[in-house]
Design a protein around this ligand. Structure first.
Ligand code: C5P
Length: 245
């Protein structure tokens, strides 16, 4: 293989690591984004806004042709979360998440229920991901809720709990990714938001990294919204993010 061919292959496999956040209010806007970016990125994230607006039928529609990360961050009693996650797995999503603070039993029963449903239906189980500490929280927010640990301690504690409960990985800021990678090993999946091009606005993200900084820090996948969806040429925006060191 020539050097150019190798570089092209690397960029293609790197682009598979991009999950585009479909943070829009209507199914039509989301369809436009998906059509424009189809084949250019690895997956699409559907969060609370679009899910509430467009519903599970829309998730099913996108999941028929694309990898979908259903970002609904379930947090409830174990039985309720397990049942909701089973329904999400029946939609055919590729990745979904819960709050790790729901605890071992909540995560353990959920992953068990999802995997056995998928096995019975002969389908690949989704990647099961947990949110540790929201990046909008700092040490003060944790203290407000009675947690005396620092954010870093809490992130590592919950990431370990997530792995012990049988989950595949966590959502974490790029700043936390290398710490988690070091503690939890190579197989653990780390999904990282807060990606920005070097020359770009940060929007409301406080700590940002470029795409390649996040991958070098240990992230498996990067969730990217506005830097791609807000660009005039969205496919070119993906190329730009991939080209930066
Ligand atoms: O537009 P932007 O690239 O900032 O979008 C990032 C996406 O990742 C949004 O959907 C946001 O809700 C999500 N996210 C985040 N920080 C977290 C968890 C999720 O920005 N800690």
């Amino acid at each position: 293989m020539t050097t150019t061919a190798t570089a092209t292959t690397n960029i293609e496999s790197l682009s598979e690591k991009i999950i585009v956040a479909l943070d829009v209010a209507t199914a039509d806007e989301a369809r436009t984004l998906v059509a424009e970016l189809s084949g250019k990125v690895g997956a699409f994230k559907i969060g609370l806004q679009l899910f509430v607006a467009a519903g599970p039928e829309f998730v099913r529609e996108i999941a028929r042709e694309h990898r979908v990360f259903l970002d609904l961050k379930f947090h409830d009693i174990p039985n309720t979360v397990a049942n909701a996650a089973v329904e999400a797995s029946k939609i055919g999503v590729w990745m979904m998440n819960v709050h790790a603070i729901g605890g071992r039993e909540m995560m353990g029963r959920t992953v068990e229920a999802v995997r056995s449903t998928c096995e019975n239906n002969g389908v690949e189980p989704p990647l099961m991901i947990a949110v540790t500490v929201l990046t909008s929280s700092d040490d003060n927010v944790l203290r407000e809720t009675g947690i005396e640990s620092s954010v870093d301690e809490q992130v590592v504690r919950l990431a370990k709990l997530t792995k012990d409960a049988g989950f595949d990985g966590v959502v974490a800021s790029a700043r936390e990714a290398s710490m988690i990678r070091g503690e939890l090993g190579d197989e653990f999946v780390i999904v990282t938001p807060g990606i920005r091009a070097k020359d770009a606005t940060n929007d409301d993200q406080r700590r940002v990294m470029t795409f390649s900084e996040a991958i070098n820090a240990g992230s498996t996948y990067a969730v990217i919204g506005r830097p791609i969806t807000g660009a005039a040429d969205r496919r070119a925006a993906v190329d730009h993010l991939l080209s930066e060191s």
